[in-house]
Design a protein around this ligand. Structure first.
Ligand code: S3P
Length: 445
């Protein structure tokens, strides 16, 4: 939803009268979709994107790139065509850039804008305006950009790009692919090498796609964990076709639904299996989940596979904290799986969940407790006591403008004794516009 729009809330609830079955065709990966529009907008020539996620978050990125001078259009067959302006060629927009609900759109675009000598104003919806931007504005200012934020480093903000852009080596203070990407993207416009050091691996879609467009990216593993990732400035970025795999973070919802609804078997083709994104699958398998991976292949530079997920008796586990970055968006729906598992599930090292579209630890805890599940939490941890087959439900849940909270409680409602009412389904359109249709297609009511 745009910064200024106010719309009536759309409450939803769900039931499963029998097993879920059939094929769930999950839409395109959000992270890859944002990057394909942004890099397409910076490259020379026409980039054709197949399978782009047409959710509100990515549409916000597309609108911003248009305001900055790129051409971003969908052809009647559903292929998106982006004609780029060439590196450094973005033009000052006549109006504020509204990034809606999307932290990825805002933070990655700030990296790009930091390398352009133009002045831009950026805002977002109430959720995005409450999220921390200092994590990107600090390194971008060190590279020479001038940025004025609201109190506390929040949007709206004004950014004036650096000229020249200073190449830096930046050690990530938080494990964040958005911050890593912002610095690397700004580094494209510098004369020299810009490096980011991360202590745990975060998603590497920016690096893969930059290479695909002809950029020079190097990655050196650091003994004991993590890596140094560097880009060489002023590359020739050339348009390249992109095939977007289905989003593993969206697949997580029908996946957990199939695991917890008795008798279910659901197929999910073409799911992104980038190792920086598959922590949830490993965790659900550790919990006893029957997730079959077949037809593993590389498509458009990213690993993909077909999944078959069957109902399973789950058991609670200690989730390895070092897995957090590879499943950071999946903890809300993991906590639903944990509520349906025998025993306790312990999630540690997840403090970043407090600064997502909402405070996800608080939102999941409140909603689960209201529906009869015992949850404890601390600054960066959460413990869920499972009640398989015995969750009362019946209580309303607040979405807090967070798509993943809405979809998680929709999934929980499939197995509670009384339905759970999610107060607002509208945020689901940011990442998974056909979610309700897809869930109905596999048998949810
Ligand atoms: C994303 C990175 C992650 C993730 C977000 C998408 C990306 O955020 O939660 O949904 O596309 O780079 P952080 O960088 O804040 O961890």
């Amino acid at each position: 939803m745009s910064a200024s729009a106010t719309a009536a809330a759309e409450p939803i609830s769900a039931r499963a009268e029998g097993p879920l079955s059939g094929i769930a065709r999950v839409p395109g990966d959000k992270s890859i979709s944002h990057r394909s529009v942004m890099l397409g907008g910076l490259a020379v020539g026409e980039t054709r994107i197949t399978g782009l996620l047409e959710g509100e978050d990515v549409l916000a990125t597309a609108a911003a790139l248009r305001q900055l001078g790129a051409s971003v259009e969908r052809d009647p067959a559903g292929t998106w065509r982006v004609s780029g302006v060439g590196l450094g060629g973005l033009a000052e927009p006549a109006d504020v850039l509204d990034m809606g609900n999307s932290g990825t759109a805002a933070r990655l675009l700030l990296g790009i804008l930091a390398g352009h000598p133009i002045r831009c104003f950026m805002t977002g919806d109430a959720s995005l305006r409450s999220r921390p931007m200092k994590r990107v504005t600090d390194p971008l200012c060190a590279m020479g950009a001038r940025i004025e934020c609201r109190e506390g480093g929040r949007l709206p903000l004004m950014i004036e790009g650096a000229e020249p852009v200073l190449p830096i080596t930046y050690e990530l203070p938080v494990p964040s692919a958005q911050v890593k990407s912002a610095v690397l993207l700004a580094g494209l416009m510098s004369r020299g090498e810009t490096a980011v050091i991360e202590s745990v691996d975060t998603r590497d879609h920016t690096e893969r796609m930059l290479t695909h467009f002809g950029g020079t990216v190097t990655r050196e593993a650091i003994a004991g964990g993590g890596a140094r990732i560097a880009v060489l400035g002023e590359p020739e970025l050339t348009a390249a076709d992109i095939l977007v795999p289905a989003d593993p973070s969206s697949a997580a919802f029908p996946m957990v639904a199939a695991l917890i609804v008795p008798g279910s078997e659901v197929q999910m083709p073409n799911i992104g299996m980038n190792p920086t994104r598959t922590g949830l699958i490993a965790t659900l398998r550790d919990m006893g989940g029957d997730i079959e991976i077949s037809n593993e292949r590389i498509a458009g530079g990213e690993p993909v596979a077909d999944l078959t997920v069957r109902h399973s008796a789950l058991k609670g586990i200690e989730v390895p904290p070092e897995r957090a970055a590879s499943m950071i968006d999946e903890y809300p729906v993991l906590s639903v799986a944990a509520a349906c598992a025998e025993g306790r599930t312990v999630m540690r090292g997840v403090g970043e969940l407090r600064v997502k579209e909402c405070d996800r630890i608080a939102a999941m805890k409140d909603g689960l407790i209201a529906n009869g599940v015992t949850v404890e939490d601390g600054p960066d941890w959460m413990i869920v006591e499972g009640r398989p087959g015995d969750i009362v439900g019946g209580a309303p849940v607040a979405t807090h403008l967070d798509h993943r909270i809405a979809m998680s409680f929709y999934v929980l409602s499939l197995v509670t004794k009384k339905p759970v009412t999610v107060d607002d389904a509208a945020p689901i359109r940011t990442s998974f516009p056909n979610f309700l249709e897809l869930m109905r297609g596999i048998g949810a009511q």
